[in-house]
Ligand binder design. Structure first.
Ligand SMILES: [Fe+2]
Length: 181
């Protein structure tokens, strides 16, 4: 099994949510209202599923392995990807901060939430294209079948030990709910 199959599958999940985040931003634009509970859930998904789980897997395992095989961490495609992970973190922080401001009565924060949701969706969608189209095929050329298997095992361990059993399932359930609405 390719380790990238697991990451690409997670990308599909992320893209379902960025699409929903765009719809949420449109709803804010049209109504001027923010469903704060839902925005809180988007922020939670971006923080835990996308960043902690998915980017965590990428940064802890395949990127260091590629570095060992001679792919530099800075400057090349890995450097670009790491920089985009940081930009994504900044957008998620901005969404969470604007949500707090809104809950404290700052009506102007609705516009900031809308803009950061769209910026995050733009960033992640382009980022996923780069990973699927450039970085992962490069990894497939460099990594051996044993490397691939050890990455698959390492990803399983991240799921079990760091995220906890049932975490993935919890997010998938929530995604079903937002897609239905
Ligand atoms: Fe990714």
């Amino acid at each position: 099994m390719r380790a990238a199959d697991i990451l690409e599958h997670e990308h599909e999940t992320v893209l379902v949510v960025t699409k929903a985040a765009r719809r949420e931003a449109e709803a804010i634009e049209e109504t001027g209202q923010v469903n704060t509970q839902r925005i809180g859930k988007f922020a939670d998904f971006f923080l835990n599923f996308v960043d902690r789980c998915h980017h965590g897997k990428e940064e802890k395992h395949p990127f260091p392995m590629l570095e060992e095989r001679g792919v530099p961490r800075g400057g090349g495609p890995v450097g670009v990807i790491l920089q985009e992970h940081e930009l994504g973190r900044a957008e998620v922080r901005a969404i969470a901060e604007a949500l707090t401001r809104l809950e404290q009565g700052d009506g102007g924060a609705a516009e900031a939430i809308k803009q950061h949701l769209l910026a995050y969706a733009d960033l992640l969608e382009a980022h996923i294209q780069k990973e699927n189209g450039i970085l992962f095929p490069m990894g497939d050329r460099i990594l051996t079948p044993d490397d691939q298997q050890s990455l698959v095992d390492a990803f399983d361990a991240v799921e079990r030990e760091e995220m906890g059993e049932g975490t993935h399932e919890h997010y998938h359930q929530w995604i079903h709910e937002i897609v239905k609405e």
